[in-house]
Design a protein around this ligand. Structure first.
Ligand code: ARG
Length: 274
C-alpha cells in the first residue's frame, strides 16, 4: 500500500548565479580549467525557482556580489530554526566574505544573526530534522561549532563524521524526507560516514531510505523535500524510483552546471524556518 504524503509550504532564500564560476578548487568536484556555461547555469537555476513556486513555496533572493562565485550556494550561509539565525564562518578564505552579505539580508528582513566562533558552513553541514540537528564534521564544520549550535538553539545536536571527500558537506550525503513529529525520516548514503556515525543513523532512522554510491555521486542526496515533493537531480533515477515506492513525488530539476562546483539543489537553497 502506498502512503499518501503531506507537503508543507516552505520559505526559501536563494542567490542568483550572476557571478557563478569555478575559479578555485576547494572540493574534489571543482576543476578551475573546466568552464561553466553561464547561460545554461542561469536557465537551470531559474527552473529550480519556478519548480519551488509552482509547488506553492515562497522564494526570497539575496543580491549576488561580484568576486564571490560560490555565493549561489545559499545553504552554506546560515541555518535558521524557530526564526533564529546561526550564521556562517567558512573554512575556505575565498568564501569568507559571503557571510556578511547574507547577514545583511537577514538583518534587513528583521532577524538577529548569531556569528559563529568556529568554522561552520550553515545548512551544508547542519540538517534540521524537526527534532534534532544532524551535524556533519570531517571536512568543513568543526565539532566546536556543533557545541555552539546546540547551545544557541537548545535542540539536541547529533555529530556525524564524514569520511569521503566527495561528500564533504552533510547535505551531499543525507537529506530529510519528512520533518513532522512522528513521521521523521531521512535518506542517506551510509558509506559517506564513519562506522560509528553509520550506527547512530541506523539507530535513529531504522526506516531510512538508503542510497547507493551512484545515487550520491549524481547528487541525488542533495535534494529538497517538502514532505511530499522531492526536488531531485534527474540523473538520480534509481533513488527517485525508491522514493516514489515510498509515496514521495520526485520533481526532477537538473543543476548539472552547479555540480562542476560540487553543488546541487539543496546547496542552492536556504530554508527559513520561522
Ligand atoms: N564550491 C562550494 C564549496 O565547495 C560548493 C558548496 C556546495 N554547498 C553545499 N551545501 N554542499 O564550498
Amino acid at each position: 500500500m502506498t502512503v499518501s504524503r503531506v507537503p508543507s509550504l516552505r520559505r526559501f532564500l536563494v542567490c542568483e548565479p550572476r557571478h557563478f564560476a569555478v575559479q578555485y578548487a576547494i572540493n574534489p568536484w571543482m576543476c578551475p580549467d573546466s568552464p561553466v556555461d553561464v547561460d545554461l547555469a542561469h536557465e537551470q537555476w531559474q527552473a529550480l525557482i519556478r519548480a519551488y513556486r509552482a509547488h506553492g513555496h515562497t522564494v526570497d533572493t539575496v543580491e549576488p556580489a561580484p568576486g564571490l562565485p560560490d555565493m549561489v550556494f545559499a545553504a552554506n550561509s546560515a541555518v535558521v530554526v524557530d526564526g533564529r539565525v546561526f550564521g556562517s564562518l567558512f573554512h575556505a578564505p575565498e568564501r569568507r566574505p559571503e557571510s556578511g552579505h547574507y547577514d545583511t539580508w537577514f538583518k534587513t528582513a528583521g532577524f538577529d544573526v548569531h556569528r559563529p566562533e568556529s568554522v561552520c558552513e550553515g545548512e551544508g553541514d547542519l540538517v534540521w530534522t524537526g527534532r534534532y540537528m544532524l551535524a556533519g564534521t570531517g571536512f568543513r564544520t568543526t565539532r566546536e561549532a556543533h557545541r555552539e549550535v546546540q547551545e544557541f538553539f537548545g535542540h539536541p545536536v547529533v555529530s556525524l563524521t564524514l569520511v569521503d571527500p566527495h561528500f564533504y558537506h552533510l547535505d551531499t550525503a543525507l537529506f530529510v524526507l519528512d520533518g513532522r513529529p512522528g513521521h521523521g525520516n531521512i535518506a542517506y548514503y551510509p558509506e559517506a560516514f564513519s562506522p560509528g556515525s553509520r550506527e547512530v543513523l541506523a539507530r535513529l532512522y531504522p526506516d531510512a531510505v538508503l542510497a547507493t554510491r551512484d545515487d550520491a555521486m549524481t547528487f541525488g542526496l542533495n535534494s529538497v523535500s517538502d514532505g511530499r515533493n522531492v526536488f531531485i537531480a534527474p540523473r538520480a533515477e534509481a533513488l527517485a524510483g525508491r522514493l516514489a515506492d515510498r509515496g514521495y513525488v520526485p520533481v526532477p530539476v537538473d543543476l548539472s552546471e552547479f555540480q562542476k562546483a560540487g553543488g546541487g539543489i539543496k546547496c542552492c537553497t536556504q530554508e527559513i524556518r520561522s
